[in-house]
Design a protein around this ligand. Structure first.
Ligand code: FES
Length: 106
């Protein structure tokens, strides 16, 4: 069964920004898009750049290494529909943000 992992406090991620965090052995990019939290694989599909440290503009996050852009709400690359970052279910309880990470045997 996938498990929820606490990855941040609500106040750690200002609206219109993201952070890099880790849970369940994965690097997670966690974004606050207009007050709603979204999480995707934080390791860029291009060359492993830190997507949690990317620039956020609307729904779009730009990788800080070479500029690939992804929709932070879906994980889809903005120009190539064949490229998609894994995304994770997020829930907020009180002031805590949790991300659901599949286990290796799920
Ligand atoms: S590593 Fe992300 S664009 Fe190259």
């Amino acid at each position: 069964m996938p498990e929820f992992h606490r990855v941040a406090s609500v106040g750690d991620v200002a609206p219109g920004s993201g952070i890099e965090t880790a849970a369940g052995g994965r690097v997670i990019a966690l974004y606050n898009i207009d007050g709603e939290f979204h999480a995707m694989d934080g390791v860029c599909a291009h060359a492993g750049g830190p997507l949690g440290k990317g620039i956020v503009a609307g729904n779009v996050v730009t990788c800080p290494w070479h500029g690939w852009q992804f929709d932070a709400t879906t994980g889809h690359h903005c120009l190539n529909s064949n490229i998609r970052q894994a995304t994770f279910v997020v829930k907020v309880e009180g002031s805590d943000v949790f991300v659901q990470i599949p286990r290796a045997d799920d």
